[in-house]
Design a protein around this ligand. Structure first.
Ligand code: ACO
Length: 181
């Protein structure tokens, strides 16, 4: 299958231009150049790029998909109420997925699923981590389908969470519980 030529690695500074370009193409929301700097330099953000080694256009190391995430304190998050009460609560952490995307020509090959699994593996390796969570705009059915398939639970609908070109859109909050919940 095509999966065998896809591999996953951290995003690095030489990826900034292509990463910024892909984000611009596939998201309705603009991201500041500071965001891409932080991603590429690992400043408070963990990331994975999917690359296709079998490309014969000399771009075998160029990202064709990505996932970015941030580790946050559970007590500073909006989902503390979803976690079982515990005396170690103040130390709990969560992994928040910021962006996930795959370029058009590489969709439906399982690449986004693999990128999510990388984040789940990472979260599971952090002893204090209780869950992985994210927001998704309510009309993004491919992404909603994907998160459900990956065993994320849809926890709540947040009215008007996104503001795009002066229009408000609802979001869904999806959570994947890592352990003990
Ligand atoms: N409608 C419903 N389901 C769909 C559609 C669709 N149009 N397209 C794909 N799917 C399903 C597939 O069938 C598959 O599920 P299945 O295995 O049950 O068939 C699943 O969604 C896709 O699985 P993957 O192949 O792992 O996902 P892919 O690599 O194609 O990437 C992604 C999915 C990331 C949503 C891609 O379509 C994309 O980049 N979209 C634009 C950006 C985006 O929406 N990102 C997520 C926003 S939320 C966030 O960033 C936190």
């Amino acid at each position: 299958s095509c999966h065998s030529t896809i591999s996953y690695r951290p995003i690095r500074p030489s990826d900034i231009e292509i990463l910024e370009q892909i984000h611009g193409n596939i998201f309705p929301i603009r991201y500041e150049s500071e965001f891409f700097q932080d991603v590429a330099h690992g400043h408070g953000i963990v990331s994975w790029a999917a690359v296709d080694h079998s490309r014969d256009d000399g771009k075998g190391d160029e990202p064709i998909g990505f996932i970015t995430a941030r580790v946050v304190l559970a007590t500073e998050s909006e989902i503390l109420d979803l976690l079982k009460k515990d005396s170690a609560e103040s130390e709990w952490s969560l992994v928040y997925i910021l962006t996930l995307g795959v370029v058009d020509s590489y969709r439906n090959l399982g690449i986004a699923s693999s990128l999510i699994l990388e984040v789940i593996k990472y979260a599971s390796s952090i002893p204090t981590c209780r869950a992985v969570y994210l927001h998704v705009i309510s009309y993004n059915f491919p992404a909603i389908h994907l998160y459900k398939k990956m065993s994320f639970k849809c926890i709540r609908r947040l009215p008007g969470f996104y503001l795009i070109d002066g229009q408000h859109y609802d979001s869904y909050l999806f959570v994947y519980f890592v352990k003990g919940c």
